[in-house]
Design a protein around this ligand. Structure first.
Ligand code: G6D
Length: 325
């Protein structure tokens, strides 16, 4: 079945393109300091490409809804009480919910509204046993434009105890070209999770002070001391959880969320994958702000719980507010 394409337009000039394949954000255009629409999210040239095997093998998940469990789960699975649930995994590690997970499912377009605060609501039923997870899930993904803000809200309910951790995997480049190197970055996090060589959290929580991960003051994004961020930050109290500013476009993005963590990911490049307008980009072309629970929380008792019980509602709220500086 061919994916559906949807465009939402806000009175303040934001244009948001989506598809029900993976409840994916395929394009986001923001007026820059000269009022020129700037394409600030990396995507593919057409929606069919998102479904191609050639694209899937890169596993970049461009703009997609990620789950059932974003990030990595170790140990080949997790336990709830006395029950161990084995997940689909590679060498004991599952990434982003496993193969053919939520980002590769065709979601339903449940509801859509135009007007001053346009939105689209996608829904999906994920059956018990999907990639090894227990519980039949009812999932919803809502994208809404409100003034100069993109709001993404994920909710889910289950008929049996399970774990869940969704996020959105948009790759931002606020200039719409070039590199993110040198963009002004702020991350409201004085701590981060140490990860091992498999990028699985070791369980140790470290301070960012005197490390390449200290963005507690607005700082030029740099790659000294590492080959790019792929780092789970523990978010502090305070409305703004992160911000990014690109001087050529003059666009600043402020990120808020109700989640305890944010994985920042800055790929060095997109390998052989030809993204939309690929000729415009250089090294470190984009940055992801993956708002979520801690990776591998089901196997780390001192991490915030990712358990979802019947009668409860999982809710992940993210907002990306844009302004011109
Ligand atoms: C790599 O480790 C990174 C992940 O964090 C990212 O989400 C993925 O590429 C697209 O596996």
């Amino acid at each position: 079945m061919k994916p559906t394409e949807i465009q939402l337009n806000s009175p303040s000039g934001l244009k948001l393109d989506l598809t029900n394949y993976g409840a994916t954000l395929t394009r986001l255009q923001i007026p820059d300091k000269h009022g020129v629409l700037t394409d600030v999210v990396i995507g593919l040239a057409n929606v069919e490409e998102y479904t191609s095997e050639d694209y899937k093998k890169y596993n970049f998940c461009l703009g997609a809804t990620i789950g059932r469990y974003a990030g990595r789960i170790s140990g080949g699975g997790f336990s709830i009480g006395e029950n161990f649930y084995e997940l689909s995994h590679q060498d004991g590690v599952q990434l982003h919910g496993g193969k053919h997970s939520l980002d590769q499912q065709l979601w339903l377009v449940d509801q859509m509204e135009e007007g001053d605060t346009p939105f689209v609501l996608f829904s999906l039923k994920s059956n018990a046993g999907d990639n090894g997870y227990p519980g039949n899930l009812n999932l919803f993904a809502k994208y809404q434009l409100e003034n100069n803000t993109l709001k993404i809200t994920y909710t889910a309910t289950t008929d049996a105890p399970t774990v869940i951790n969704l996020t959105n995997h948009a790759y931002f480049n606020l200039d719409g070209q070039g590199t993110t190197h040198g963009n002004e970055l702020y991350v409201n996090a004085s701590r981060y999770l140490e990860v091992d060589e498999r990028l699985v959290p070791t369980g140790r929580i470290l301070n960012v002070e005197d490390t390449p991960y200290d963005y507690t003051e607005k700082t030029a994004l740099h790659f000294k001391g590492h080959y790019g961020l792929d780092t789970p930050f523990i978010l502090e109290e305070g409305k703004i959880k992160a911000s990014l500013y690109a001087k050529h476009s003059g666009i600043q993005m402020n990120v808020t969320t109700n989640q305890p963590a944010m994985v920042l990911f800055t790929p060095q490049d997109f390998g052989g994958l030809k993204v939309r307008n690929s000729e415009l980009f250089q090294g470190f072309p984009a940055i992801c702000f993956e708002c979520q629970n801690f990776p591998d929380a089901p196997n780390q008792p001192h991490f915030p719980s990712a358990l979802l019980l019947p009668g409860e509602t999982y809710r992940n709220e993210m907002s990306y507010q844009f302004e011109i500086k």
